[in-house]
Ligand binder design. Structure first.
Ligand SMILES: Nc1ncnc2c1ncn2[C@@H]1O[C@H](COP(=O)(O)OP(=O)(O)OP(=O)(O)O)[C@@H](O)[C@H]1O
Ligand SMILES: [Mg+2]
Length: 262
């Protein structure tokens, strides 16, 4: 590696995964994956269906803890601290490492209460005025404030799919997470709502570290700076997004991006 390369790779690593393996009972879903997720960047996870993208994403905020048959080994560090340490409270961890799912899943509550829920349980506001401010700011950062500001008491489930997803993003950022995990956040959205969410993701990277699972290579190319290609539970290639799409080093990556597998 020459000096130039060295200066180019000194980015802050927000999450470091070291030799992570995941089993569902006897099935080996993630095979010895090590990766450093950069701070304040968008990282895309791509790969064929069943290759382990969601499984690995769920390791990053211990969502797999909720699946009985799932066993995670190896080490995952958030800011150099082991998130699987016994002293770590998974609920607190998930406030720091928020998640947005494939299907918009607002709570059966008002728009206001959807966003206020996290800040309330984590005691982030001292009074109603502060809570109002958190809700408004989160909805603004979720790029949905203008559409809902006159109906904050209406149910979140009454919004359109794209609005619901932006509400869920606002809900996820209301607890001031440091990392936002998104598992195919646009797959239930039309092209206009998708463009809005993609624009939002680009803005979010100023304040958050974002990891997005996507089936759309166009989307990965549009929104991410780094891309990780998974295949049969292996992390095959992890590089700058431009590099993955124009000059992949592994034949499996090349086959996938040119449409021969997947
Ligand atoms: N709850 C579970 N119990 C048992 N096996 C599971 C479970 N979730 C996932 N798996 C298995 O683990 C492997 C990886 O699945 P995963 O959902 O992580 O893939 P993926 O890359 O996200 O796929 P897709 O693109 O279809 O969402 C698959 O073989 C899948 O069947
Ligand atoms: Mg998945």
């Amino acid at each position: 590696m020459n000096m130039m390369d060295k200066t180019m790779v000194t980015k802050t690593v927000k999450i470091a995964a070291n030799n992570v393996n995941v089993h569902y009972a006897d099935s080996h879903a993630i095979k010895d994956v090590s990766v450093g997720i950069e701070a304040n960047a968008v990282t895309a996870f791509i790969g064929p269906s069943g290759c382990g993208k969601s499984t690995f994403l769920r390791c990053l905020n211990r969502m797999n803890d909720t699946i009985d048959v799932c066993r995670v080994t190896g080490e995952i560090l958030l800011d150099e601290e082991d998130i699987y340490d016994r002293r770590v409270d998974p609920v607190q961890l998930r406030a720091k490492v928020g998640m947005v799912f494939q299907k918009p899943n607002p709570f059966p509550k008002s728009i206001y209460d959807n966003v206020a829920y996290g800040p309330r349980i984590h005691g982030l506001a001292r009074n109603k005025a502060e809570l109002d401010e958190i809700v408004e700011n989160s909805l603004r950062r979720g790029a949905i404030w203008e559409e809902v500001k006159d109906r904050l008491d209406a149910p979140g489930t009454g919004l359109s799919g794209g609005q619901q997803q932006r509400l869920c993003i606002a809900r996820a950022i209301a607890t001031e997470p440091e990392v936002l995990l998104m598992d195919e956040p646009c797959s239930a959205l039309d092209p206009i709502a998708t463009a809005q969410v993609e624009e939002l993701i680009d803005e979010l990277r100023g304040n958050f570290t974002v990891v997005i699972v996507t089936h759309s290579m166009q989307q990965a190319a549009r929104v991410s700076q780094k891309t990780a290609f998974f295949h049969l539970g292996n992390l095959v290639e992890y590089e700058a997004t431009g590099q993955i799409f124009t000059n992949p080093q592994d034949p499996r990556t090349e086959s996938y991006i040119t449409g021969r597998i997947g």
